[in-house]
Ligand binder design. Structure first.
Ligand SMILES: Nc1ncnc2c1ncn2[C@@H]1O[C@H](COP(=O)(O)OP(=O)(O)O)[C@@H](O)[C@H]1O
Ligand SMILES: [Mg+2]
Length: 254
């Protein structure tokens, strides 16, 4: 008999610690990201959600604990090496190439299979171009393909950030508040796209505040507060926990 509880773990975080001087920003976090599901990270501002992403991606080095990617420790590896393994992320501040067009922003993410002068080079280039246009159509940016990223509206910039991650072949997507500030029509499109990617095999960890989105997308919710993982379970249980609601809405009301 196989042990399905460990077999499908893509990323395993154990007893992770991060201090900034005396500030304990990640405090003994142990969490698995299981393949094919959406794990949502929730918690008040300053809880340590973005820091957890930075630790996973190698943008920060942990003070203690371990991070295993498909069973192998990735702690201490540079962020580009971790990205190559199949971990992609979006940033809260998006970090688009503002002076490039929408099309170029997405094209730069796709890897050339071979150089133009090599056998298959030209068909490879055509396949990349078609892939980018298909993603721009799905994210409703096709008619903005030649517009510079800096000239896009707010929601369009959020979708461009999503389009860029869709163009990677990453197995795990870490999305840092990708839907914040979107109107209802936009976030319904966002949810539809995300669900379809998950059906196609992508594993997602998303930081999100909007409860409609949290309820609409989560297979599992991890609740962080002051660097500690206070809960990790099915959405109904976590969202109906009065202790967590007090922490969360206490912060929102502040
Ligand atoms: N590079 C840093 N140096 C010092 N403190 C930091 C740094 N990055 C984050 N912090 C602090 O860590 C805490 C958690 O931040 P963050 O992970 O961004 O929270 P969240 O994403 O949950 O809002 C905050 O108190 C923040 O000020
Ligand atoms: Mg954050």
């Amino acid at each position: 008999m196989t042990d399905s509880s460990t077999q499908d773990v893509l990323l395993r975080i154990t007893h992770l610690q991060k201090h900034f001087g005396g500030l304990h920003v990640t405090n003994d976090v142990t969490l698995d990201m299981r393949a094919g599901i959406v794990t949502t990270l929730v918690g008040p501002n300053g809880a340590g959600k973005t820091t957890l992403f930075n630790l996973i991606t190698g943008h920060l080095t942990p003070s203690g604990g371990d991070i295993l990617w498909q069973g192998e420790s990735i702690v201490g590896q540079p962020h580009w090496k971790i990205a190559r393994k199949g971990v992609a992320r979006t940033f809260q501040d998006l970090r688009l190439f503002d002076q490039m067009t929408v099309y170029e922003n997405v094209l730069t993410v796709t890897e050339p299979v071979s150089w133009l002068w090599q056998p298959g080079g030209r068909t490879g280039r055509k396949a990349r171009q078609d892939k980018v246009m298909h993603i721009l159509e799905r994210t409703r940016l096709a008619d903005k393909a030649n517009v510079r990223a800096i000239d896009l509206a707010y929601a369009e910039r959020k979708f461009l950030s999503l389009a860029r991650i869709m163009a990677t072949d990453a197995k795990l997507w870490l999305l840092d508040e990708p839907a914040s500030g979107l109107d209802r029509g936009s976030y319904e499109l966002f949810l539809e796209l995300l669900r379809s990617e998950v059906r196609n095999g992508v594993t997602v960890c998303i930081i999100e505040h909007n409860l409609d989105i949290v309820i609409g997308i989560s297979d599992r919710i991890a609740f962080l507060d002051q660097g500690k993982l206070l809960a990790d379970g099915d959405p109904d249980t976590v969202l109906n926990d009065p202790h967590l609601a007090a922490i969360y809405f206490g912060d929102q009301a502040a």
